[in-house]
Design a protein around this ligand. Structure first.
Ligand SMILES: Nc1ncnc2c1ncn2[C@@H]1O[C@H](COP(=O)(O)OP(=O)(O)OP(=O)(O)O)[C@@H](O)[C@H]1O
Ligand SMILES: [Mg+2]
Length: 225
């Protein structure tokens, strides 16, 4: 079952007299509960595509269907609400709040989502448990390794139980071994929690773990496996 269908997405960035065609007619079908990787050289359009699919940006033309909803037709507030409740983001720079410990950083994700939950603290702890950090809950970011910090960021991205997680180069700052662990964690979230994960990476060794690999070149989809 498809969760996302994009049809002929184009995204132009106009800067003075120059126009960058960052995406050119990108049509994709992303299945529910799969791990999808966007790969391609720097500047190929991966982040631009994620931002549009995640509802952070709008395409210049084309449509993005998330389930039955056309994101491109939605009013800003509708799209913002959908994004807050249904989508989680993990960014390339880990961006944890340095004065907050792991628990508080994840709790912050729940606040941002504006989620009403009875078992607030249990929800936060469950999320940290899912990424294997129960024992590091009260450590601040500087007391955690790079891989552990990235896992806190993932716990924060999933704490409000989104259906979809976008992760932009989540392994870029990690060595191959830790990077692999992060991708395997995503794979587990897909299998066990039924989350749909879409991530970008430059690391070809991640490809075989993914269910679906989409290659971008110069704003176009050039290969899919
Ligand atoms: N806000 C913007 N204004 C102008 N040009 C932009 C903007 N954002 C992206 N671009 C251009 O669009 C193209 C695609 O950029 P994008 O960030 O999507 O690439 P990417 O595949 O994520 O690259 P990287 O692997 O380096 O993160 C690039 O040529 C970039 O310079
Ligand atoms: Mg990018």
């Amino acid at each position: 079952m498809s969760i996302y269908i994009t049809k002929n997405i184009c995204r132009d960035f106009v800067q003075g007299s120059q126009t960058v065609h960052a995406l050119k007619n990108v049509s994709l079908n992303i299945k529910k509960e799969e791990l999808t990787i966007f790969k391609g050289r720097s500047g190929s359009g991966k982040t631009t595509l994620m931002n549009i699919m995640g509802g952070l940006d709008r395409p210049t033309s084309g449509t993005v269907i998330l389930d039955k909803h056309d994101l491109t037709e939605m009013a800003d507030f509708e799209r913002d609400n959908l994004r807050r409740t249904d989508i989680g983001f993990v960014f390339q720079s880990i961006a944890l709040i340095s004065v907050m410990n792991a628990y508080e950083n994840v709790e912050f994700g729940l606040r941002v989502a504006g989620k009403e939950t009875k078992n607030w603290s249990q929800t936060v702890k469950k999320s940290l448990e899912l990424v294997g950090l129960s024992k590091r809950m009260y450590h601040k970011p500087h007391q955690l390794s790079g891989g552990e910090q990235q896992r806190v960021a993932i716990a924060r991205a999933i704490v409000h139980r989104p259906r979809i997680v976008f992760a932009d180069e989540p392994t870029a700052e990690l060595d191959t071994h830790l990077g692999l662990q992060v991708v395997l964690l995503f794979k587990r979230l897909v299998r066990e929690e039924g989350i749909t994960v879409i991530m970008t990476t430059h690391d070809p060794s991640m490809n075989e773990i993914a269910d679906h690999v989409i290659s971008l070149e110069d704003g176009e989809v050039v290969d899919e496996t």
